[in-house]
Structure formats: structure tokens, C-alpha cells
Design a protein around this ligand. Structure first.
Ligand code: AMP
Ligand code: MG
Length: 335
């Protein structure tokens, strides 16, 4: 799928049938991802407004569109844009908070593995070592309005952009009094309000080892749920699989013992950044982070050895009726 088509909106009225409260599904392609927003017919205008907001963000944040502000930054230009400055300042703060596991300046390493242009390759250790000298959030300079990157530094907002877009969709839904909508921006979900029958939205979490199965489902109202997993984008070379979530400490795809991480919280940007970071950290560090991080969140870790680890808040929203395979579930608390 090519990533330039942000403005190509395809409205699919999947279940219209003329009934006013039947859910409608609006599908469109943005941020290199197929996105779907489900709502009732009376909220379609607001949903189209949210889609335009997401298209605007795609044009601002894309690394592959030459005219975007992020591309200008990555070419070494100084960019004056308060929204981008705020986003990068927050990204730098989250880099520090996660001990560098989430780092938007990992961009040149992501590109060296071919994930930017979809031209996959295994870089040499020398190449990775050289590129890592340009990785580190200290390379982002911003005064709140104007942003400049240090020499050789570039940024990739692929690990945070869709989450931020879901926050913008949430703002539009609130401003326009949408009663209920489910925005699925790839693996980034925002559940606004309830379904038209008053029940919470149900969001199933995929089995990372079986694309047609689910490990369970969350019941969500006014909450964000974001999943990161190596299965989402990868290639194979020499009998080995290489995925798109890079450990900034090594420059290699993270091999942390986790197969997927889902984060549930009240902010899309945070859920998105944390799902990427916790995937890099692995189970033990992720649990420690959950217990010490200042902002509340819940998580579901699926480990490479097939366990499903839920924080107590996630366990309270969880049901396993969609799970066709049997899994070992474990619940952890804050202590
Ligand atoms: P996600 O799917 O949200 O986990 O984000 C993965 C995407 O974020 C990748 O496709 C890269 O564009 C970028 N990325 C990869 N590794 C990292 C990392 N450690 N920190 C921040 N962004 C990353
Ligand atoms: Mg992410």
C-alpha cells in the first residue's frame, strides 16, 4: 500500500439499511494505514471533520512526503510550527521517561533497515554503529515554536503520530457532541462514548501468533487502546525475521521476549508512545515501569512464550469469550 494517498477518502456505508441508529463505517487511508471510524448516521459530519484533521496531521508529520514539516526538519531546515514543536518536546520527554526505549530520533536506523521506503535490507554492524551516534533526544532543539535538529539527526513520528491523531479525533468528537464512535487508526483505537444501545465498545486484542485469532477483548468507553507488535511490519532474510520496532540501544529490532503490547489509557499519544517503548523494554522492565511511571495506564503483554499478562485495570475490562485458543492469563497489580 502506498503512503501518499492521505486525501483519498472512501466512504463505505457498510450497514446502512436506512435505519437511523445502525452503525456506519467510514474507511480511509492516511498515515500509511487503513483507518476505520464507526459511528451512527447522525454523527457522519463530525467523523468527516475528524478525517480532515487526520489528513492535515499526515501532511504535517509524514516522513515520506517531501512537502511535510517533518521532511523539512529532517533536511536540516528550521521549522516554525507550534504543534510540531509541542509534539517533539513531548516525544523528547517520553524518551527520557522510558530510559530511551521510545526515541523518535531512531529515524536513521529505521531507514537503514528499509522500513521507511519499504525496501528492506539488513544493515552492517558498522553502519548501525555509525548511525547510532545521531540517535538521542538531545538532538531535538525547540523553544516551543521553532524546532531545529542537530547535524545528522532526523525524526520519525511513526511510533506516536497515529496516537496523536486519535487525540485530535477525540477532540473533534467532543466538540461536536458525538454520542458514540469507534476510531480504529490501524492498531490505534479510540472508543468514544458508547454504542447506540448504551453498551461499551468492545475491542479485541489480536493473537500475535495467529492473525485470525484473539487473546481476549476489552470493553472501552472514552478510552484509548494501542497495540504494538513485531508482526505488524517485518521482513525475512537469511532465515531470520526482522521487524520494525527498533531498540535504540542496539539499533536492531527489539528482541525483548514480547510478541505484542497493548496500552490502555486516557490519551492516544501516550498510549502509542508507551506501547512502542514497553515492547522494547520487555516484560520485567515494562512491569517496573507500570509500577513507577507518574501517569496512570494499563497494559496487556503477550509474551513470546505465549502468556498474556494484564495489569489489574486491564483485567477489569477484559473478557475471553472471543479467545478460540487457550491462553495462560496472569494479572499484576501496582503493589
Ligand atoms: P508502533 O507501531 O507504534 O510501535 O511504532 C513503530 C514505528 O515507530 C516504526 O515503524 C518506526 O517508524 C518507529 N519506531 C521504531 N522503533 C522506535 C522506537 N524505539 N522509538 C520510537 N519510534 C520507533
Ligand atoms: Mg507506538
Amino acid at each position: 500500500m502506498k503512503r501518499t494517498l492521505a486525501a483519498l477518502f472512501l466512504t463505505l456505508l457498510l450497514c446502512s439499511c436506512g435505519a437511523p441508529r445502525e452503525p456506519e463505517s467510514v474507511q480511509f487511508f492516511a498515515m500509511d494505514t487503513l483507518m476505520t471510524i464507526t459511528c451512527t448516521e447522525e454523527d457522519l459530519d463530525a467523523v468527516h471533520h475528524a478525517m480532515r484533521e487526520i489528513a492535515r496531521l499526515d501532511a504535517l508529520l509524514s516522513r515520506t512526503r517531501e512537502e511535510s514539516a517533518v521532511s523539512a526538519l529532517n533536511r536540516g531546515e528550521t521549522v516554525e510550527d507550534a504543534e510540531l514543536a509541542a509534539l517533539l518536546t513531548r516525544a523528547a520527554k517520553l524518551c527520557k521517561a522510558t530510559g530511551g526505549a521510545f526515541d523518535v530520533t531512531v529515524a536513521p536506523v529505521v531507514s537503514a533497515w528499509g522500513f521507511t521506503a519499504d525496501e528492506y535490507r539488513v544493515p552492517t554492524q558498522e553502519e548501525i554503529t555509525a548511525l547510532l551516534t545521531h540517535v538521542g533526544a538531545g538532538g531535538i532543539g525547540s523553544d516551543g515554536e521553532v524546532t531545529t535538529l542537530a547535524e545528522g539527526v532526523s525524526v520519525d513520528l511513526g511510533g506516536i503520530g497515529k496516537g496523536y491523531a486519535s487525540d485530535c479525533a477525540a477532540r473533534v468528537f467532543k466538540e461536536e457532541n458525538v454520542s458514540g464512535a469507534l476510531a480504529a487508526l490501524g492498531g490505534n483505537i479510540y472508543a468514544h462514548g458508547t454504542k447506540s444501545d448504551g453498551s461499551p465498545w468492545r475491542v479485541a486484542v489480536r493473537d500475535p501468533f495467529d492473525g485470525s485469532a484473539y487473546v481476549g477483548a476489552l470493553s472501552l468507553t472514552d478510552a484509548f487502546a494501542v497495540t504494538s507488535g513485531g508482526y505488524e511490519r517485518y521482513f525475512e532474510s537469511g532465515g531470520k525475521t526482522y521487524h520494525h520496532i527498533i531498540d535504540p540501544a542496539t539499533g536492531y529490532p527489539a528482541e525483548s521476549g514480547l510478541a505484542s503490547v497493548t496500552v490502555v489509557c486516557g490519551e492516544g499519544l501516550l498510549a502509542d508512545a508507551l506501547s512502542t517503548a514497553l515492547y522494547v523494554m520487555g516484560e520485567a522492565k515494562a512491569i517496573e515501569f507500570y509500577r513507577t511511571f507518574e501517569e496512570p495506564f494499563d497494559m496487556i503483554l503477550v509474551t513470546q512464550d505465549g502468556r498474556v499478562v494484564l495489569t489489574e485495570g486491564a483485567a477489569a475490562l477484559w473478557d475471553t469469550s472471543v479467545a478460540e485458543h487457550s491462553y495462560q492469563y496472569e494479572t499484576i497489580n501496582k503493589l
